[in-house]
Design a protein around this ligand. Sequence first.
Ligand code: NAD
Length: 575
Amino acid sequence: MSQQDTHRGPTEPSEVWESYRGAKTGTELECVGWRQEAALRLLNNNLDPEVAEKPEELVVYGGTGRAARCWDDYEVIVEELRELGETETLLVQSGRAVGRFETHERAPRVLIANSNLVGKWDNWEHFHELEAKGLIMYGQMTAGSWAYIGTQGILQGTYETLAELARQEFDGTLEGKIVVTAGLGGMGGAQPLAVTMNGGVCIAAEVDEKRIQRRIETGYCQERVDDLDAAIERAQEAAANGDAYSVALQMNAADFHEALCERNVIPDVVTDQTSAHDELEGYYPSGYNVFEAEELREENPEKYREESLQTMERHVDAILELQDRGAVAFEYGNNIRGQVKEAFDREDAFDFPGFVPAYIRPMFCRGKGPFRWLALSGNPDDIHRTDEAVRELFPEKDGLLRWIDLAQEQVEFQGLPSRVCWLGYETDEDGLTERARFALRINDLVADGEIEAPIVVTRDHLDAGSVASPNRETEAMKDGSDAIADWPILNALLNTAAGADIVSVHDGGGVGIGNAVHTNNHVVLDGTELAAEKARRVFTTDPGMGVIRHADAGYEAAIDEAKESDVPVPVRDRQ
Ligand code: NAD
């Protein structure tokens, strides 16, 4: 039976999903063991109405990033996970359970591949053809790997990026500075709070008023002002007073940025997180409200695509103009520069940098990236205990401690309580990496009963050694190796060998089909010796890939990290 035969349509979500509406919590198991239970809870957490952007369409975030291919597939995955044995591995291909094999206890329980296409066919056109036949699904990054935790998941990354920008450009703070951006979706919604956490002022344009409402209700944005001039005025006043302030404006990003140019209101920083990676289903053309745009998309997708790309070109032109007039401009990982370059042959679309080479790569060289964990109990106290563990283990890391304080004060949990901390390699005297040290400590706390139920540790796909993405994570690599996808594939193979409980490999993600290959992994810390063994290995191999990938490309910081932390880099070691 093809997907089309069984597809219930976006408005008829599964009754099984209705019966959950989020992850089950507590200590009672529905599955054979905690590793399978973790996979089931993560899948349902991704589709929690508090977490996902459009759960009734299986859309988690990032344009059309889905957790399962269709509702029938969702139900099959749920049934498979409930029955999956302790020595079996479930295979998920683009949101469909396609096989279950006897493997062994130390092997992953679930292996996932999403949206991958063979090079010559690796574009949106083929993807959409195959999607219409029900053969493939857009997995985005953490949507299809069941690791999405809502806007809180990206918050620290956005906060760290802006903190680094502030260090490079403005004496370490955004106080008195105005940041303009657009897109208040699942990821982009973190921007206003990340700006105010850095002491600055944010004006964010967003077409969809429901998204604005959601960010205001969850405390990510302070207020909505409908009039452009009033929003500018309030922002300028707050900046002049040194107040941290954020305002959402219902407006198309291109119109907003052009209006700033017309008024010669030059912000200190300009960026963007609309879903420009997908011109059909992620980005809104100018001149349409949400309902009109949806009608146009339905009736005339070609016209929609054309107008959407035209708006993107105006949007990029306005960012370039603001940059020329003094704003610090950077692309925030949505491939808007790549889209404009490709559609209009505009090399100059890349005249403003991507956020990774500008602000993140030095951390990647040290294997540092967005490590995250969720409390399967559903009990916020479990996460608060892990916050304590961060303080106990890393008392000398001021930035990390400040982050934990800010997160406790200002971040509302969405779905299963969870936390993000950028941790890296940096071994201690016992040879344990930062990530391994933390995971082993948590495993002990679970074993001792200080934490009520297992903690599942995972990360974003955007990490040090897990991505090839020439317009984003691997933009402008020192040795020109931007487009080589061997690295993320080795990363997934290695994490499987190391015994992660779920491992996934995706194409596409934040920058669109054909533009990236990336991976994820999860380890369930259930307090057992087996979990400790896996954690020790996976949280060495995974950040270790970041170190060797950047050392191979010739980055001094990575070569230093490899020397300081004893990471073998065979060719260099034997020279
Ligand atoms: P999303 O689809 O949930 O939200 C995008 C938002 O942009 C929507 O609310 C939409 O209404 C709004 N929008 C679209 N076109 C607009 C326009 N022209 N003007 C104003 N608003 C417009 O996506 P998301 O999860 O928030 O991700 C946003 C983008 O950032 C995606 O391209 C995603 O792939 C990328 N991304 C970046 C990172 C990162 O680390 N920087 C991480 C993940 C995703």
